[in-house]
Design a protein around this ligand. Structure first.
Ligand SMILES: Cc1cc2nc3c(=O)[nH]c(=O)nc-3n(C[C@H](O)[C@H](O)[C@H](O)COP(=O)(O)OP(=O)(O)OC[C@H]3O[C@@H](n4cnc5c(N)ncnc54)[C@H](O)[C@@H]3O)c2cc1C
Length: 408
């Protein structure tokens, strides 16, 4: 009888891992990937939509097109996981498995933030999902002066550099429109600095200062008062706004919580080096659904996929999974339309200056605003659709490489 691997969610992580597994395992292994819809969205492009740099419809493609023949794609809502009986239930079916890969991601839930829905679409917006990014695009065009606040409601959230990129792009956008002197820009974050890693945060803070962008730290959102135009923190601090752009509270998928597999806030407790679920045998977790202490980013999902495939193959081969994953994450940070920076780090090593991916050659520069980095950011999209989603290797290890980095 065929052995079975079931993958939950066909987003970035689930598509890469399913295809990567198919490339490595014999036909004795049946691979099934389940998702509720057939719309694969290139999420990094959502940042560009509000500023008219990219149109939202170009970011959406059919998931099916990117899943290899030989992987069974099921379009259905996953309703329950029983990791003891090794069964997944969907609205219309049920699937038993030998190995399970959880890649159900995470999503923003504005309804969790007091007062936010009253202001939603009036003077409070987000760019974290497609329809909302389009609304923000229209509203930004109408905005002709006042205070723009970019607020992160709480931790953890997806793509920790996106809010910084948003305020940098807002600076570029209002300059281009000739009204920068009429707009105040402020980034409000629950973090103690502009970013999770102190050295990179210092670099971003300097850039923000040069662009006349205020950063308010340690602000955990308690409520939004859209009528009076302010946000209030848990500690009672208030920040006024004319236009609020927010990363609402972010949670893992309900099915994880309903199946009793979560850590209390919707994420699966995951071994940070093997990527095995801590409480369940034969279960791996990948992408935004994990609780591992690194960025919730597509680059991380791609690196993790190599580790999950390695460890599933090791287990099939009768060998213990290895503690390979080091939290590796690589992110471009857009500074303006035409320039960007780049960071590459892991659980322990902070972003360092240097060249990437080839030592001394680059062509990308780490922790530095360059035009080449901008072109890298743009080139990443066709690479994503045509190479990475297919589960192909780029010849780079999934872990951080120190060659090309400058220490001290
Ligand atoms: C604005 C923005 C900018 C970003 N920029 C970058 C960037 O520059 N670089 C970068 O690396 N990353 C970036 N990211 C983050 C990146 O897109 C995500 O980290 C990545 O997509 C995570 O992949 P995932 O597979 O874990 O989750 P997803 O891609 O979200 O996929 C999860 C899938 O699971 C499915 N699913 C969940 N629950 C169920 C259920 N019950 N039944 C059926 N299906 C279900 C969903 O439909 C979805 O398709 C950005 C994200 C945003 C929002």
């Amino acid at each position: 009888m065929a052995k079975k691997i079931v993958v939950l969610g066909a987003g970035t992580a689930g598509t890469i891992v399913s295809n990567n597994l198919r490339r490595h395992l014999s036909d004795d292994w049946e691979i099934t990937v389940i998702d509720r819809d057939d719309r694969h969205i290139y999420q990094p492009g959502l940042l560009f939509v509000p500023f008219g740099i990219q149109k939202s419809k170009t970011l959406v493609k059919s998931r099916k097109k990117f899943i290899l023949p030989g992987v069974k794609f099921v379009l259905d809502e996953i309703t329950h996981v029983d990791p003891e009986k090794k069964v997944v239930k969907t609205r219309n079916n049920s699937f038993d498995y030998d190995f399970l890969v959880v890649s159900t991601g995470c999503k923003v839930v504005p309804e969790e933030n007091d007062g936010l829905l009253d202001a939603w679409g009036k003077n409070a917006f987000t760019f974290y999902y497609l329809e909302a990014a389009d609304v923000l695009h229209r509203k930004l065009r109408e905005f002709d002066g006042g205070k723009l606040v970019m607020d992160i409601a709480e931790l953890p959230f997806k793509c920790p550099v996106a809010p910084i990129e948003f305020v940098f792009l807002a600076d570029w956008y209002f300059k281009k429109r000739g009204i920068r002197n009429k707009v105040e820009i402020e980034l409000v974050t629950p973090l103690q600095a502009a970013f999770t890693k102190p050295k990179a945060a210092a670099v971003f803070s300097r850039s923000a200062k040069e662009k006349n962008i205020k950063i308010t730290t340690g602000f955990e959102l308690n409520r939004v008062d859209g009528k009076a135009g302010y946000i209030e923190s848990v500690q009672g601090e208030k920040v006024n706004y004319d236009m609020l752009v927010v990363v609402p509270t972010t949670v893992g998928d309900k099915v994880i919580t309903d199946s009793g597999m979560d850590d209390g806030i919707g994420y699966v407790p995951t071994h940070q080096n093997t990527l095995q679920a801590l409480k369940h045998e034969g279960v791996y977790v990948i992408g935004d659904a994990t609780n591992v202490p690194t960025s919730k980013a597509g680059s991380v999902a791609h690196y993790e996929a190599d580790v999950v495939v390695f460890n599933i193959m090791a287990e099939i081969h009768g060998v213990k999974p290895e503690e390979i994953f080091d939290g590796h994450s690589t992110c471009f940070i857009v500074y303006s339309k035409g320039t960007a920076s780049l960071i590459d780090f892991n659980y322990k090593i902070e972003p360092l200056p240097g060249q990437f991916p080839a030592p001394h050659l680059g062509p990308f520069s780490l922790l530095k605003e360059t035009k080449a980095n901008w072109w890298g950011k743009l080139a990443f999209e066709p690479l994503y659709w045509n190479v990475l989603l297919g589960g192909r290797h780029l010849g780079m290890p999934p872990t951080l490489v120190m060659a090309g980095k400058e220490v001290g």
